[in-house]
Write a protein that binds this ligand. Structure first.
Ligand code: PLP
Length: 472
């Protein structure tokens, strides 16, 4: 590339950014002059005048969304102002909504929980972020709690479910590569959901999410999927991979203990026992995605504890920080030492603020015996929903799930032509927030602190919505 001092200066003035990219193109003879060039270029410019953020007093939020926020979500017409416990308040009414979505299984302690508020406030006053180049006491304590209360030996911290799953996928590939496998294959399940980054999305075996994101029709190579809970299909695919003589080898089987987004489908013990056996036989990793099912939501701390098996890796996010972004990739045995310095990283991963939140969720789960609350409220919710299913058999079907990760089927082809989304819409009119899961399931995922009265209130509101739907 032809570049002299003057073209370089001109480029800098034009771009005024991406200095590292430009530097890469600078011939070495010019590199010594760079610092003086930068000063000279910058000195010719006056600082730009910025538009400050609005003070919020006269904002038209929906218009601002339409204008300035990318439309990656279909949104309900509710603008949330504040929350307390299991209640959410909007900008347009003094009435509350009973929140049985909890940020999709995230706000384990509900909204504005005093202990979480206090912990985060105190942490902000101390230190909220430093690089992972240094030791962070809160990260050490959260890792210890997670290891003390699971089969895992070590934690890797990141910021989200997708990122935790990316770490698991990379770890499985690294582990396979150490064994000489050049084409590491990860088997996942149809109707799964593992996140929106490219590899996690490839693991998510739902074609609707892949549309528009392929390269020549392909997603990230090295993933295959089979039906969930189908032992024979799993055995067949593993046999095909392990017997292949083209460099392919089984790196991992990656599953949700209970499929959340896929429609609240609990895993079967026999299936997971077989997955465990197949991984052991092939020297591959069993990776479980606990992003939705973990952190107490099922009445056990981890979803796989309902399945009587231990994975090599499991991932967590959502409830881990109670709504403060944090994710973790937990590993045991050889999986826990697969990554070496430089293999993987995350700027924010496990920072003091997020870990202070995680520690508070952990402490509250222990101190307030939340696992027992989840079990009691689960019993109450599932029996209430089963009664409603029997009362409205033209519309409602199976009630399924574990703990407070519960779903009720809205029957396909029902005479009211109502979908799960329609029922959720009617519930919203009654002041109850729910979220669909899969094509035809209404999902109930309240905060883990939900009370007996709130479950009763939710059931009453749900029935009112069902009555309206069946009258239509
Ligand atoms: N894995 C599971 C099982 C999930 O339910 C989700 C999100 O719904 C994810 C991964 C992705 O998590 P995140 O949105 O934090 O990336």
């Amino acid at each position: 590339m032809m570049m002299n001092r003057f073209t370089y200066c001109a480029l800098m003035i034009l771009l005024n950014s991406s200095t590292t990219t430009i530097t890469a193109f600078v011939p070495s003879s010019l590199k010594q002059q760079q610092s003086s060039l930068f000063v000279a270029a910058d000195a010719t410019r006056t600082a730009p005048v910025l538009v400050p953020p609005t003070d919020g007093s006269t904002d038209d939020i929906t218009t601002m969304y339409d204008t300035n926020v990318q439309k990656t979500y279909g949104r309900y017409p509710l603008t949330i102002k504040s929350g307390k416990g299991c209640k959410l308040f909007t900008t347009t009414s003094d009435d509350y909504y009973l929140d049985f979505v909890s940020g999709i299984a995230t706000c384990a302690l509900g909204h504005a929980h005093p202990k979480l508020t206090e912990a985060i406030t105190q942490q902000m006053q101390k230190v909220h972020h430093v690089s992972n180049l240094y030791y962070i006491p809160e990260q050490a304590r959260l890792a210890k709690w997670l290891c003390d209360n699971s089969c895992a030996d070590k934690a890797f911290f990141c910021n989200s479910g997708a990122e935790a799953n990316e770490a698991a996928i990379k770890c499985a590939r690294k582990h396979a590569s150490k064994k000489g496998i050049t084409k590491p294959v990860i088997v996942t399940a149809e109707q799964s959901f593992h996140g929106r980054t490219l590899a996690a999305l490839t693991a998510t075996a739902q074609p609707k999410y892949h549309k528009g994101f392929t390269y020549d029709g392909e997603m990230v190579p090295g993933f295959v999927s089979v039906p969930y809970n189908d032992i024979e299909k799993l055995k067949e695919i593993v046999a095909e991979i392990t017997n292949a003589d083209d460099g392919r080898g089984l790196a991992a089987i990656m599953l949700e203990p209970l499929q959340g987004e896929g429609g609240i489908v609990p895993g079967k013990k026999e299936y997971f026992a077989e997955a465990r056996r197949l991984c052991d036989e092939a020297g591959a990793l069993l990776v479980l995605d606990e992003v939705q099912a973990g952190m107490g939501r099922t009445g056990m701390l981890w979803g796989h504890e309902n399945l009587d098996i231990e994975p090599d890796i499991f991932t967590s996010a959502k409830a881990l920080g109670g709504g403060v972004p944090i994710g973790a990739m937990m590993a045991l045995g050889f999986a826990a030492t697969t990554f070496q310095p430089g293999d993987h990283a995350s700027t924010y991963g496990g920072n003091p603020l997020a870990c202070a939140a995680g520690l508070t969720v952990a402490k509250t789960i222990c101190e307030e015996n939340l696992l027992q609350n989840v079990r009691d409220r689960s019993q109450q919710l599932s029996s209430g929903l089963k009664l409603l299913s029997e009362k409205y058999p033209q519309l409602l079907g199976e009630v399924r799930g574990w703990g407070l990760l519960m779903g009720i089927v809205v029957l396909d082809g029902n005479e009211y032509k109502a979908s799960a989304g329609d029922v959720v819409g009617e519930c919203m009119k009654e002041g109850l927030l729910l979220v669909p899961a899969g094509a035809n399931v209404v999902r109930f995922v309240p905060p883990l602190i939900v009370t007996e009265e709130e479950i009763n209130e939710a059931l009453t509101k749900f029935e009112a919505a069902i009555q309206t739907t069946t009258k239509a």
